[in-house]
Structures are given as C-alpha cells and as structure tokens.
Design a protein around this ligand. Structure first.
Ligand code: AMP
Ligand code: GLY
Length: 410
C-alpha cells in the first residue's frame, strides 16, 4: 500500500513511524515532511495548502490512502476534493472542519447539541462587543473566530485588556479576517486534558487521554506555544470524568456530526473540575504533541483503525492500549514562540529507548539542520512515568544544537 501523509511536524513523523511497522505499507510519502520523515519515506516538495497539487500527486502515484495532519488543508476542503476524485482520505469534510476553523461555528454547535462549554456570545460589531465586555465579569476570554496560529485566544483580567484585545482583532485586524467575528466567553477554571477520538461519523472511539503543556517555560509560565510536551494518561481525566465525558460530551457530539461526513480524528480540548467536564475547543485532527505520546501506547495496528474509519466500519475494530504511561518533551529553539535562528547543525548521540520524532528539521547537503521553532519531540513509554521521563531527559542530553531549549518540569 502507498500512503501520503500531509504535514511536516512531529505528529506526522509519529504517524509515519507507527505505520512503518506495518508490513502492508510499502511506501510512504510526506508532503512536505521533515528531516526525520525522509528516513522512513520520501519527502515531496508540496505545501499542505496546495490541495490541487496534492490530489494530482496522489493520482499520478496511485496513492491508496492519504492522511491529513494539520488543520489548514482540512479547512480548505482537501477531504471533499479527494472524495470527489474517488481517492481514499483520512480527515473530515470542509463543513465538519469548521468545528476547528470557526470558534463561532463550534460554540453554536455545542449550544445546539447541549454540549457543556463556557457561556458565550458571538459579535461581528466592535461597538457591541466592547459594550458587552464593559458589563462582563472578569477574567473574560476573547477569541478570534478563525484560525490565528494559536494566538487568537486572549484571557483578559480586566476591561482595559479586553478592550485592547477586541480593538486589536476587530479594528486593527491583528489576525486578518480571522478576527472579523469574535467570541466572548466566560473563563473556566480547572485542569485541561486532551481526548482525541477516532470517528467514522457513526461510531466514536476515544484514544487514551493526554495532557498538553502549552506554556513555553517551566512551571507553566511564559507564552502559549504550539505545545512543549505531553503526558498520557492525563491525571485529571479520572474514571469518573471519563464517564461524564462519554455521556455528556462525546455522545451528543457524535449525534451532532452524523450528517457532516466526518471521517478522521475529533480532538476534544476539555476543562475538568472534579466531575464537571466542559469543552474548551474542538480540533478536527490529531493533536501535536499529544500524538507523539499517545501513539506510543497504541497496540492495535493504526492502519486497521484508519481503514475501518474510511470504510465506515469503526464499530468492527477493538482498539487496545498499553497501560504504560508515555511522555513527550519538545526540544525547541531559543526564542520560540517568537523569533529564532534556523539552519543550525544538529548532532544526535545515543537516544536508545526513546523515539526522536523530528518536527522543525530539514536535510541540507545530507545533514540534519534546524528549520522550525519546535525541533524535536522526544518520546518514551515505560512501566512508570518516572522511568519514561528519565529516558527522555537522558536522550535530550545527547541532542546538541545551538539554542536548544526544553521544559524540565514535565
Ligand atoms: P483554544 O485555542 O480555544 O484551545 O484556547 C487556547 C487555550 O486558552 C486553551 O487551551 C485554554 O488553556 C485557554 N482557554 C480558552 N478558552 C478558555 C476558557 N473559556 N476558560 C479558560 N481557559 C480558556
Ligand atoms: N496540542 C494542541 C493542538 O494540537 O492543537
């Protein structure tokens, strides 16, 4: 079987690594891939948003299955285009991807289907939004409706900050068209957990939960990032929380997506407070860096699950997980999530016992160099979290490049 994986992060390397263990997989292509995916497949120089070119590549090379990593191609309708051309693809339709692509769409979906989430209102008029913020309780959360590279959510402690956030989004267009519409919502307290679910639109099967460490610095300080690491299981996602999640969140969501042509992964960002489980956000894809920890724990062949999803037969597979915990620590570049230097040489020494998933790396004259803010996702599973953590931090000691930076408190 020939597989095309769209994306270039640690997530895509982890998906490819898992599939590379399957003898049915004869060849993998990554578009555009990174320095690590080049070792397990072939990188194709196509960007994730060049949908027509990706389809033409899949047709020309007789790709049997395309797996979409990031949200951008999904929100641009890659799944619809591939399906119209009779090409098998793992990822939701453009309509369904609005669950991630538009916060107003996601919140209205939750309200309609009775899914617990923060109270909210949607605004397209700046004056009206400012008046609402003036009379609101604080802290208050202001969100740009569209995709804003993870920066479109601002938690405001007081009206002055909310006013700056709203004016920046709606008048100064800090996030372009993504801020034409805003969501203003109540601040939720609790602990977050990410629960990624496989779904074919009729059946939904949760993966083991993970906790994402979003802040740049130890102690959950510093700026929000794409994710500096993850741990699975997520300790806030207790058995009690899980049964509340299934009943009040997952099942109503499944009912809501019934007519949306959803075949892929639906990611629930949850806020958990005892047995109170509410949705912070949906993503229409595998999470990054959750995937780099979660897939280590998957015992069932990933290809079996993905093929069942595409065939609408997810009910027929039993998905098995290891009881062992897993951890992923992201090695970033100094400066990330702001400005950083790229093109720096990398030396990798002994990394036995861990998986070194590449993210922001590239090959230059046969050598691996840095190419993005998050360089590696180093992951391990072991009988205890301490043992897994120890293996990852030992391996990180043997990865060398200028400006290496990672959290030491996971
Ligand atoms: P989102 O892009 O919607 O996931 O938001 C990014 C992050 O902002 C979330 O992971 C939370 O940490 C935080 N956040 C978003 N909405 C809320 C909320 N209503 N209450 C508390 N924290 C929130
Ligand atoms: N780890 C958060 C995300 O994938 O959006």
């Amino acid at each position: 079987m020939k597989i095309l994986i769209v994306g270039s992060g640690g997530r895509e390397h982890a998906i490819g690594w898992k599939l590379s263990q399957d003898s049915r997989v004869k060849k993998m292509y990554f578009a555009p891939g990174n320095g690590g995916t080049a070792a397990i497949g072939e990188n194709v120089n196509l960007s994730v948003d060049s949908i027509d070119d990706l389809l033409a590549f899949a047709e020309k090379n007789n790709i049997d299955l395309t797996i979409v990593g990031p949200e951008l191609p999904l929100t641009l309708g890659i799944a619809d285009k591939f399906k119209a051309a009779d090409r098998r693809i793992f990822g939701p339709s453009q309509h369904a991807a609005q669950l991630e692509g538009s916060k107003a769409f996601a919140k209205d979906f939750m309200r309609k289907h009775g899914i617990p989430t923060a109270d909210y209102n949607v605004y397209t008029d700046a004056e009206e939004a400012l008046r609402a913020a003036e009379n609101a309780k604080y802290p208050l959360v202001v969100k740009a409706d569209g995709i804003a590279a993870g920066k479109g959510v601002i938690i405001c402690e007081n009206y002055a900050l909310a006013r700056d956030a709203l004016e920046g989004m709606m008048n100064a267009k800090r996030f372009g068209a993504a801020g034409n519409t805003v969501v203003i919502e109540e601040f939720m307290r609790g602990t977050e957990a990410s629960v990624l679910c496989f779904t074919d639109g009729k059946t939904m099967k949760p993966m083991v939960a993970a906790q994402d460490y979003k802040r740049a610095l130890d102690g959950d300080l510093g700026l929000n990032t794409g994710g500096m690491g993850s741990v699975s299981p997520a300790f806030a996602f207790t058995e009690a929380a899980e049964s509340v999640f299934i009943k009040t969140v997952m099942n109503p969501t499944l009912a809501g997506i019934a007519n949306m042509d959803y075949k892929g992964v639906l990611y629930f960002g949850l806020m958990i407070n005892g047995s109170d489980v509410r949705v912070v956000e949906f993503n229409a894809r595998f999470g990054d860096p959750e995937t780099e920890a979660v897939l280590l724990r998957l015992k069932t062949p990933l290809l079996d699950i993905i093929e069942a999803v595409c065939a609408g037969e997810l009910d027929k597979v039993d998905i098995e997980w290891s009881d062992n915990p897993a951890i992923c620590v992201v090695a970033a570049l100094d400066g990330y999530p702001g400005k950083y230097k790229t093109g720096l040489p990398i030396e990798i020494g002994d990394t036995d016992g861990v998986q070194v998933f590449h993210a922001g790396t590239a090959l230059k004259d046969g050598k691996t160099v840095t190419s993005g803010g998050r360089v590696f996702a180093v992951s391990a599973m072991a009988e205890s979290l301490d043992a897994a953590r120890c293996a990852v931090y030992n391996a990180l000691e043997n990865i060398t490049y200028e400006g290496i930076k990672y959290r030491r408190d996971l």
